[in-house]
Design a protein around this ligand. Sequence first.
Ligand code: ADP
Ligand code: MG
Length: 423
Amino acid sequence: MADAAPTPSPLAHEVADMRQRIADLEAALAAQQALVQALGARQGAAAQIVETVRDPLLLLDPHFRVQSANSAFYRTFQMIPAETEGQLLSQLDHGEWDMPAVRTLLEELLPQQTIVTDYEVTQSFARIGRRTLLLNARCLDAVQRILLAIEDITIHKHAETRLQQQQTRLERQMQEQMAALHHDMAERQRLEREAQRVQHFATLGRLAAGLSHEMRNPLAAVFLYVDLLAEELHDPAPSSATAIDQALTAIKTHLARVDDRLQDYLALVRVATLPQAPVDLTTVVTQWAQEITPLLTAQGITLQLDALDQLGTVMLHPPTLRRALLHLVHNAMEAMPHGGTLTLGGRRQATTVHLEVRDTGIGMPPEHLTRMFEPLQTTKPGGTGLGLYLVQEVVAAHGGQIAVQSTVGHGTTMTITLPLGGT
Ligand code: ADP
Ligand code: MG
């Protein structure tokens, strides 16, 4: 009979069970030890990290009691572990850390946000003086501790304040210099205007002297003819009617010359204060062209009008500009004593309009071109040298310019450029 397998005794069963439990316990213990070791290693590593951080750090328990501090903390606040560890933050360093702002940070802000960054406080410490600190606080959830990092930004703050002060000072200096510059510029412009006025009036003075000299001859002639008239009227003769007629014509001619000079002079005196109004340039120039046609025809000069339509609107004092244009026409006529062609031309551009007076006369050598706008510059025996000076002043008073092109023996073109404007 085969033996039946021996049934394990209940005792053996219990022993096996015990062995298993011991093995389980040993395994659990080993795991725990490994965990403790790992934790220890991590804590050691964390402590090392805390130590290497250059900014002061405090580790607080949930009641804000200092558990530990790093050496940066001790160095910065000149404290030692014995008076720090285990102390309530509010009692640390004789209560110097008991700041309302810090209390707000720890008791109000931190529970809501778990991390508070760059919270600025300023405090006077007995050992290190007045400091501005930047606080960064963080709840370490698992262990319910608080890590408080403290950055001393006092020097930064000082530098920042100094920088701001310097910047403010620089800005103020710059503003002062700009104001001075503006003032200088305004003053220089004023002086320039003043100098121009002085020069203008000096010129007028010279012109007035020339004018009185010029008027003396026609006025003397007028007196002569008036005497003659008186004689003829007092003692009439058969030829008196003709003599009186001739005398009156001569008086008129001389008075017209005097009037002409006076008009020029007045135009120059008033040139800066001419009342201007928007005027259609085509209309006025065409009208002036009609006025001068008989004069030109009489001298064998053909008048040509070239592109005078649609010249646009210009701010003008028509009688004065007419006077200036007539001076150009007279010069052209004097340059063509034996006839020729006088062209009045127009050219409209984007913001300006050109007006040309072109003749086929004697022309001018280059050395005359620059000087001829100066007052009293003339090459004519009976000339006044006033025409081109007046033209230039009048054109400038209308915000424009005048240019000249000339070839000896071929002719001259005077070009007036005026700004378009008005409505
Ligand atoms: P004036 O006609 O009294 O001489 P202006 O000032 O009108 O004075 O002209 C100055 C000078 O410029 C003239 O004497 C002349 O030499 C020269 N000039 C002006 N316009 C012309 C022209 N169209 N052709 C040739 N020469 C001219
Ligand atoms: Mg002239």
